[in-house]
Design a protein around this ligand. Structure first.
Ligand code: AMP
Length: 403
């Protein structure tokens, strides 16, 4: 089954075309990125595996025009991968927020669209963009089945005492303010992949998954179900991230508002775009720069990375306690897959939990699925690559087939 996977942002859209024979037997046919949608000049980047990237600058006034051009590229004689659009059997969308409506991926119909619209209040930057993509496909390929795969749905199993904030209950009733968590597709995927790698039964396991990238979150997964996660009502909570602050005392927000006469929008920009590794290092949000800065004696870069390492260790300890034990720690995401320093520091002094970390193996691992703990380690530690597009294609295929 050929599936088009779309990840639509407000001014960009990413796509992949996958030929799915089964969940584990698939091939990537094409991928690409359309940027600067709605700006005077846009750009299309299109790539077939093993071939040079094709880029062209052209205005992209809206998502419908962008997707229509992508469909043209996919059926183009030299750049394409299919001879007719009819070969695409389904479209899977990454959708940011499913609120309390969706505890799994869902076929897109009028009811699903109306629920995704209702969740737009919770993800004002993302859900409206995701809906633009869904509507564009409806207008360009009216008959094709579409499926929504949510960043939040895996975390719907978190119990209320872990997802509620201790603010007046009426705000939960009125606005549904609670922890939702994000990166759910990735946490679910890497937990399963890591279990296969070490031969662990996921239905009888206590796993902590660390998705560490530009955005980072850690999830406690007990017997295959998310029971807590570090991101909250928004993706701002939890760990120090590239430009997001992670958890801060809410008192800091009101203090800054008063002292600096800041509006809600300005505070939001500071905490989302100017904080984290960037804010502390005063130099970069990119972990590679932070590591090299720290290595060459930059004290702020060293502080920023130490804050991240400490934060990861703290969550691992907390979630081991929350699950009443620990069988495996999983690292993924751009930092988790590639930064041996982060993995080593995150596992520092975790011997008391039963972690016996193999530093030599760890140092050699970048972007691969590898066991990083010694064979006798009670708690397994692994690095695995994530693939959110694959999960979207798998869920899309399974939902469409079962309909
Ligand atoms: P992601 O958002 O998952 O694409 O991850 C992006 C983050 O991964 C950025 O902070 C990168 O600096 C980081 N990253 C990628 N490669 C490496 C590497 N070799 N060492 C350290 N960090 C890396």
């Amino acid at each position: 089954m050929i599936i088009l996977v779309l990840n639509c942002g407000s001014s960009s859209l990413k796509y992949q075309v996958l030929d799915m024979k089964s969940d584990n037997d698939y091939s990537l046919l094409a991928k690409g990125l359309v940027e600067r949608i709605g700006e005077p000049m846009g750009i299309y980047n299109h790539q077939l595996p093993g071939k040079d990237k094709f880029s062209v600058e052209k205005p992209v006034p809206n998502h419908t025009v962008g997707i229509s051009k992508v469909l043209e590229l996919l059926t183009d004689k030299s750049l394409g991968v299919i001879s007719s659009l009819k070969e695409i059997e389904a479209v899977g969308h990454r959708v940011a927020h499913g609120g309390e409506y969706f505890s799994g991926s869902a076929a897109i119909d009028d009811e699903a669209i109306s629920k995704i619209e209702k969740c737009a209040e919770l993800a004002p930057l993302h859900n409206p963009a995701n809906l633009l993509g869904i509507r564009a496909v409806q207008s360009l390929m009216p008959e094709i089945p579409q499926v929504a795969v949510f960043d939040t749905s895996f975390h719907q199993t978190i119990p209320d005492y872990a997802y509620m904030y201790a603010i007046p209950y009426e705000y939960y009733q009125k606005y549904k303010i609670r922890r939702y968590g994000f990166h759910g597709t990735s946490h679910k995927y890497v937990a399963k992949k890591a279990c296969n790698l070490v031969g662990m039964d996921i239905s009888n396991s206590k796993i902590i998954t660390c998705h560490l990238g530009n955005g980072s979150s850690i999830t406690a997964i007990k017997n295959g179900r998310s029971i807590d996660t570090s991101m909250g009502f928004t993706p701002m909570e939890g760990l120090v991230m590239g430009t997001r602050s992670g958890s801060v005392d809410a008192g800091v927000v009101t203090f800054l508002e008063e002292k600096e006469k800041l509006s809600a929008a300005e505070i939001n920009t500071i905490l989302n775009k100017k904080s984290g590794l960037l804010g502390v290092s005063q130099a970069s949000s990119d972990m590679r720069d932070i590591e090299s800065g720290a290595g060459s004696g930059n004290a702020n870069a060293a502080l920023a990375q130490e804050m991240l390492f400490y934060g990861i260790r703290k969550f691992i300890g907390a979630y081991a306690a929350a699950m009443g034990g620990l069988d495996m720690i999983v690292f993924t995401g751009g930092i988790g897959e590639n930064s041996s320093t982060t993995r080593e520091q995150a596992c520092e002094e975790l011997e008391f939990l039963g972690v016996d970390f193999d530093k030599d193996v760890n140092r050699a691992v970048r972007g691969k699925d590898v066991i990083l703990s010694t064979p006798s380690s009670k708690v397994k530690v692994v690095a695995v690559t994530t693939n959110e597009e694959l999960v979207i294609a798998q869920d899309t295929m399974n939902i469409v087939k079962n309909k």
